[in-house]
Design a protein around this ligand. Structure first.
Ligand code: ZN
Length: 164
C-alpha cells in the first residue's frame, strides 16, 4: 500500500491553528495543498507528522515548536523606519499590517511599536515564534516524475508550471 515517503507527490487538506485555537490557514473550500514530500517544501514539523500516512488517513499534529515551523522571532528582523518614509495619510497603529517591497514582491510586515519620529517594523514571518497545530487529511499520493524532482516542485497534469 502506498504511503507518504520521500519523493511522493502528496495532496492534503489541512487546517492550521495557533495555541489559542485561532485558524491561521486552511485549505477548506480550496484545492488541496500539493507538494513533493521530503524535499523541504513544507515545514519540518508537518513533514515529520505526516510521514507514512496513507490516502484517506487523517491526523492531528499538535504543538509543532517554532524550530520545526517558521523559526524563532528574530530581534534583527525588527527595523526602525522614519515616519517620513511612510505614506503621509497613513494612520499608523501598533499591529497594523503593511506590505513592504521585497526583492520578490511585496512582503507582509507588522507595525510593532510607534515612537516619536519613527516606527518599529517587524519583518519576521507572521508565524515566527509560534507553536502550531495542523489537522490533515491525505487526499492523494503518487510518485513524483523526474522533471518534478529536478525542479523540486509539483507540475500540473499537463506538465505546466507557472513559476518559470
Ligand atoms: Zn518546474
Amino acid at each position: 500500500m502506498t504511503q507518504i515517503e520521500k519523493n511522493k507527490v502528496v495532496s492534503i487538506h489541512y487546517t492550521g491553528t495557533l495555541e489559542d485555537g485561532t485558524v491561521f490557514d486552511s485549505s477548506e473550500g480550496k484545492e488541496p495543498l500539493e507538494f513533493i514530500f521530503g524535499v523541504g517544501q513544507i515545514i519540518p514539523g508537518l513533514e515529520e507528522g505526516i510521514d507514512g500516512l496513507k490516502v484517506g488517513e487523517k491526523k492531528k499534529i499538535e504543538n509543532i515548536s517554532p524550530d520545526k515551523a517558521y523559526g524563532p522571532k528574530l530581534e534583527e528582523a525588527m527595523q526602525e523606519v522614519p515616519k517620513s518614509q511612510l505614506p503621509e495619510d497613513l494612520d499608523v497603529q501598533v499591529g497594523m499590517q503593511l506590505a513592504a517591497q521585497g526583492p520578490q514582491g511585496p512582503i507582509p510586515v507588522v507595525i510593532a511599536e510607534i515612537k516619536e519620529e519613527s516606527v518599529v517594523v517587524d519583518f519576521n514571518h507572521p508565524l515566527a515564534g509560534k507553536t502550531l497545530t495542523f489537522e490533515v487529511e491525505v487526499i492523494a499520493l503518487r510518485d513524483a516524475d523526474q522533471s518534478e524532482l529536478d525542479h523540486g516542485h509539483v507540475h500540473g497534469e499537463d506538465g505546466h508550471h507557472p513559476e518559470h
